[in-house]
Design a protein around this ligand. Structure first.
Ligand SMILES: C[S@@+](CC[C@H](N)C(=O)[O-])C[C@H]1O[C@@H](n2cnc3c(N)ncnc32)[C@H](O)[C@@H]1O
Length: 450
């Protein structure tokens, strides 16, 4: 049985006495083993197998494990030769893609942020004293059992589109829940325009089999698809809580909400099981709204789902693009906000709208047409204008806030947060000013399988 978890720690101090880290590592080992995880704890291996087999056992465990816990209560311990070797080689395997769905969990104390080794900085860190051993175990349990990296661990991965760290986006907050609701309303006209085109081409609106990729709380799913008679919709998202809400509040006849990671390594097997459960053999429409820009490799997903589209079916992909914003009378505020936001790490691909056309062609689809939709502020009430501000701008501060929370001593990040907060406050007032005008494009790519 391969190891799931590797515990990295400094065993003895300068005087040869056992460190506090060993005791913490031992407790972690005990709890993780109790939970059924095969955990590598070098002290037991040394006792069981002796010094000769020790190094080989470490190498093998480093190769096999999906999680490395870096325990350290002293900056000298974390920089000691073996500990550094274990951590750096594990981190390099993740970066090079040799290790998939793997992460490092730093469990630290007395180590100033500036002294935390670079290879640990992008992982979700636990503080000894603040977080218990059970907190760490729970986190790892969730990570390993979900079989996919959660938002926090994904921070260590790079997007193949932007080359930056993957989007730290989470739909789970209360604010995002509200924003997605508003966004579903604001983008209705764009979707219906595209879906009307598709159903006209299909020549029917009855008995459609639809896949909604990244459905979140199901606001868009229910609003757009429950209108079709005899519809079957498989709506998937990796957020368990989101799917739980969708099942409870956005159910309708023919809806199947399921938890699924669109970037799963075992995509076909897991996805086909869900199709079977929903009794869907092929899809007439594959749909995704504002999802591809969060993925590490959107083209891979497009290619993967193509085989599940019927020969006469359509794929419909909606995205947005900050480059499509045109505004008048904003005193340069939007430019300043975008400048900060687009340069921040861990954001989604904010320029994805322009890429949809090529992504569809490059992943094998034919007859690609763009049914883009322009929305602007003209004719909107004050409340509607404010809803556009919430949908398109206020959330941007959260990314900067997360960066500061993760790296509180970084002066540049703090200044960026301060500035974007200021500019957003000013812009919110602009949206109240009826002479202020703004427009933006919702990009929708539609294509056929052949
Ligand atoms: C901006 S929301 C859009 C939700 C919905 N489509 C809408 O238009 O309201 C992006 C959604 O994509 C989901 N998502 C991101 N990456 C995913 C992945 N790898 N697998 C499944 N869902 C994912 C997120 O959980 C989130 O619910």
């Amino acid at each position: 049985m391969p190891y799931d978890i590797f515990i990295s720690f400094k065993n003895t101090d300068a005087n040869g006495a056992e460190t506090q880290d060993t005791a913490i590592a031992e407790e972690l080992f005990r709890c993780l083993t109790e939970q059924g995880f095969r955990t590598f704890f070098s002290k037991t291996i040394l006792l069981e197998q002796g010094a000769a087999a020790y190094k080989a056992a470490i190498e093998q465990a480093l190769d096999e494990a999906h999680v490395l816990i870096a325990v350290a209560t002293d900056v000298n311990y974390i920089n000691s030769d073996w500990v550094a070797y274990e951590r750096e080689s594990f981190h390099n395997d993740i970066l090079s893609g040799r290790k998939q769905n793997a992460c490092i969990v730093p469990y630290l104390q007395n180590i100033h942020n500036l002294d935390v080794p670079r290879s640990l900085r992008n992982y979700q860190t636990f503080q000894i004293g603040t977080h218990s051993v059970s907190d760490v175990v729970e986190f790892i349990k969730h990570f390993l059992r979900s079989g996919a990296a959660s938002v926090e661990e994904r921070e260590s991965e790079l997007s193949l589109v932007t080359g930056k760290h993957l989007s730290t986006y989470s739909a789970k907050t209360r604010e995002e829940f509200k924003r997605l609701h508003i966004q579903a309303d604001n983008t209705r006209a764009a979707d219906l325009n595209a879906l009307d085109y598709v159903t006209q081409q299909l020549g029917r609106t009855e008995g459609l089999r639809i896949l909604d990729m990244g459905c979140a709380y199901g606001f868009v799913t229910k609003d757009r698809f429950s209108r079709y008679e005899g519809v079957s919709v498989l709506a998937v998202d990796r957020g368990e809580e989101l799917i739980g809400f969708a099942r409870e509040h956005n159910a309708f006849d023919g809806a199947h909400y399921e938890v699924f990671d669109l970037e799963s390594e075992d995509f076909d097997e897991e996805f086909e099981a869900l199709m079977e459960k929903a009794q869907i053999e092929q899809f007439d429409i594959i749909f995704a709204s504002l999802v591809l820009h969060h993925l590490k490799n959107p083209q891979k997903l497009l290619r993967r789902v193509r085989k599940y589209l019927s020969n006469t079916g359509f794929i419909v992909i909606r995205g947005s693009d900050d480059g499509s914003i045109i505004t008048y009378n904003d005193d340069g505020l939007i430019g300043k906000i975008l400048d900060i936001h687009l340069n921040a790490d861990g954001i989604s691909d904010r320029l994805n709208g322009r890429k949809i056309y090529s992504q569809l062609i490059n992943s094998g689809y034919k007859n690609v047409v763009m049914k883009n939709y322009i929305k602007d502020l003209s004719g909107l009430s004050l409340d509607e204008r404010n809803a556009v501000f919430i949908e398109r701008f206020s959330y941007r501060r959260n990314y900067l806030k997360k960066l500061v929370e993760k790296d509180p001593y970084d002066e540049k990040k703090r200044q960026d947060l301060k500035n974007i907060t200021f500019y957003l406050n000013e812009l919110e007032n602009k949206f109240d000013d009826e002479t202020f005008w703004y427009c933006e494009i919702d990009f929708i790519g539609i294509a056929r399988k052949r």
